[in-house]
Design a protein around this ligand. Structure first.
Ligand code: PLP
Length: 220
């Protein structure tokens, strides 16, 4: 199936409250434009330089989401245009985003990444760390960033019972943190292999790459 067919099929199956981030990492601009041409406006990338290059070349009504791990020294390359940063996992990073946003006179929306997977390799904060960040004086003093929700990545496994448990944990963490901060509205969870389950568990934003654009080839 073509990119247009894949995207149309996924979009028509989504409930209204769920937004779709088309994950276009490693894919050429011509592929992104196929999605753009049928109305897709949110694209997700995991490398800042790649996203900045695509931002420069593509129409300006696109919303760019940084979904990957962010190194502090690279925030400056996306501060001018990024719409949502999914992977904020420390106050230090948030503080740098705030500083760079201020230079551009912007307020940048961010999600706190919560570690929900059992594997050690995944980034993210514990629920306790996120709780104390949201209550800290230094966080409340930041004027150029908004925490608008949470993001999580489940364990890479075929075991959907395990994945469901992790999604449910993110949802319950969201509920608890929302009592501390009413600005939390977004739960970013679910990818190509598990987005239907994620939606059933309360996701409001799914990040889908290979089911739209096909498998990625990292050798290019
Ligand atoms: C690559 C990536 C996705 C999309 O993965 P697919 O399985 O291709 O849908 C989603 N979220 C993050 C954080 C990613 O890095």
């Amino acid at each position: 199936m073509s990119i247009k067919e894949n995207l149309t099929k996924i979009k028509s199956s989504l409930p209204k409250h769920v937004s779709l981030v088309a994950v276009s990492k490693t894919k050429p601009i011509s592929d992104l434009m196929e999605a753009y041409d049928i109305g897709q406006r949110i694209f997700g990338e995991n490398k800042i330089q790649e996203m900045a290059g695509k931002f420069t070349e593509m129409p300006k009504d696109i919303q760019w989401h940084m979904i990957g791990h962010v190194q502090r020294n690279k925030v400056k390359y996306m501060a001018e245009f990024v719409n949502l940063i999914h992977g904020v996992d420390s106050f230090k990073l948030l503080n740098e985003i705030n500083k760079q946003a201020k230079k551009h006179n912007r307020i940048i929306d961010c999600l706190l990444q919560i570690k929900i997977a059992e594997e050690d390799s995944k980034f993210g904060m514990s629920k306790e760390e996120a709780t104390s960040l949201l209550q800290s004086e230094e966080f409340l003093a930041l004027e150029n960033t908004n925490i608008v929700g949470l993001m999580g990545m489940a364990t890479f496994t075929e075991d959907m019972t395990q994945v469901e448990k992790e999604f449910n944990y993110l949802k319950s963490t969201f509920k608890d943190l929302k009592t501390l901060n009413s600005k939390l509205i977004t739960i970013s969870m679910g990818m190509s292999g598990d987005f239907n389950l994620a939606i059933d568990c309360g996701s409001t934003m799914i990040r889908v790459g290979s089911s739209i654009f096909g498998a990625r080839n990292y050798n290019n």
